[in-house]
Write a protein that binds this ligand. Structure first.
Ligand code: MF3
Ligand code: CO
Ligand code: CO
Length: 288
């Protein structure tokens, strides 16, 4: 008896399949991972996610304006909380699975999910990722940027730049729809490796919009043609974490919240993130 595979892409009874339905079903018949219909946002949902993106960008712009040496990461958290809530948004990280603050502040060898603290003072030469996610009317947008405090070592500056280039390469691969997450991850990791950097494997990007973290997992490494097919109407993040040394990470055992992720070798890590909408013409950034 033929193995029964549960179909993911369902065309409701009585509905004539569109060109998009047909294309997705062809990929599915070839054994590829296709999205489920609930991952395709409606025009109304997309408008909502865009609004969240506009406020999220304004929050990061406010951080960019204020961030400087001598400030604590908790000062940054306060800026994020005050700006978000006074403009009609909710900072998604706050109380999310026990996360105690409104944004993540990841300094130097902190890979991601750094918890803002009053004792953590920014110094000349530090590199910091500030990661903000904003909820507006129930819709989510997520983005992060690197900030260099004053001037840093050339090799650290290069790491920050390579991480940025990795994000841009991810966007380029998604310049048309019907590409796979693995196509993008493959290109991103190649660029990192060419520049003697590595890609973190234990953490990934994600679908986003109606919830903070949705399907698919967006891995920033892997093989072409693997992972989920990206089709118009999907909203997701790309957020490669790029390490100067080995890709291995570990938890910070001095951190009581259980969130903070460090590089295992203590070398620095950098990351940039945007929220994207896949369209008929490729991805559009909806967090700027
Ligand atoms: N913003 C992070 C991401 O890019 C997630 C942070 S979860 C938190 O997915 F709770 F730490 F905020
Ligand atoms: Co984020
Ligand atoms: Co994210």
């Amino acid at each position: 008896m033929a193995k029964k595979v549960k179909q993911r892409w369902i065309v409701p009874d009585g509905i004539v399949p569109t060109e998009m339905d047909k294309r997705i079903m062809e990929f599915e018949a070839r054994g590829k991972i296709v999205p489920t219909r609930n991952l395709i946002k409606t025009p109304e949902q997309i408008e909502g996610i865009r609004k969240a993106g506009v406020l999220n960008t304004a929050v990061l712009d406010k951080v960019a304006e204020k961030i400087k040496a001598g400030m604590s990461t908790l000062d940054i958290d306060k800026i994020v909380y005050d700006y978000t809530t006074s403009h009609g948004g909710i900072p998604a990280p706050l109380n999310y699975e026990g996360f105690p603050c409104s944004c993540c502040t990841s300094v130097n060898d902190v890979v991601c999910h750094g918890v803002p603290a009053d004792w953590e003072i920014l110094e000349e030469g530090d590199i910091i990722n500030v990661d903000c996610t904003t909820i507006v009317d129930g819709y989510y947008a997520d983005a992060s940027r690197m900030f260099v405090i004053g001037k840093t070592e050339p090799s650290w500056q290069r790491l920050v730049d390579v991480a940025w280039e990795c994000l841009k390469i991810g966007e380029q691969v998604c310049g048309t729809p019907y590409v796979f997450v693995g196509d993008m991850g493959n290109a991103i990791a190649k660029h990192a490796h060419k520049n003697h950097c590595t890609i973190v494997r234990d953490l990934c990007g994600h679908g986003i919009g109606l919830e903070f973290h949705e399907k698919p997992d967006v891995e920033h490494y892997g093989h072409k043609g693997t992972g989920m097919l990206l089709v118009p109407g999907m909203t997701f993040t790309i957020e490669p974490m790029v390490n100067m040394g080995h890709w291995d990470v570990c938890m910070d055992d001095e951190d009581e919240t259980g969130w903070v992720v460090l590089t295992d070798d203590g070398l620095p890590s950098a990351q940039w993130e945007h929220t994207y909408l896949m369209t008929e013409n490729g991805v559009e950034i909806i967090s700027h």
